[in-house]
Design a protein around this ligand. Structure first.
Ligand code: 4NP
Length: 154
């Protein structure tokens, strides 16, 4: 089972989701069965580690994102991944435009699938510290839902 998280720059939200889900999978003993990655619809930050503010906020909760490097999502990712989860509606629209007619990946909005109240993870890039905390709160809650689904699937 392969999961790809997608945001705009792949330096704030989707790397956070990748780090949180990896951690949750280890806790659940599922790390060998689920592959997790992240990418951005834009390629401006390709090759860069996550934003320093993102890394600091994540590390305060025990998630080390320092080894991650940004990459841009590609049409081939729809063949490689089983589930592609977008952080906001704009990411979802961009992904639909890229989606090949016969890609195997299921495409969804991350929070709509796992939480229900708030449907988008807001872009924290131009926000203060609190924005990064909210990203973590939303992603942690949604990852709990995702792990429950994965336990029944793998
Ligand atoms: P992300 O945040 O999509 O959560 O990684 C952003 C990172 C960079 C930019 C925008 C959003 N940017 O415009 O460079």
């Amino acid at each position: 089972m392969r999961i790809l998280f997608v945001c705009l720059g792949n330096i704030c939200r989707s790397p956070t989701a990748e780090g949180v889900l990896r951690h949750r999978l280890q806790q659940a003993g599922l790390e060998g069965q689920v592959e997790v990655a992240s990418a951005g619809t834009g390629g401006w930050h390709a090759g860069e580690p996550p934003d320093k503010r993102t890394q600091r906020a994540a590390l305060r909760r025990g998630y080390d994102l320092s080894q991650q490097r940004a990459q841009q999502v590609r049409a081939q990712d729809f063949e490689r991944y089983d589930l592609i989860l977008a952080m906001d509606n704009s990411n979802l629209r961009d992904l639909k435009a890229l989606q090949p007619a016969k890609g195997k990946a299921e495409l969804d909005l991350f929070l709509r699938r796992y939480k229900g109240v708030k449907h988008e993870v807001p872009d924290p890039y131009y926000d203060g510290e609190q924005g990064f905390e909210e990203v973590l709160d939303l992603i942690e809650a949604a990852c709990d839902g995702l792990v429950i689904e994965l336990k029944g699937r793998v």
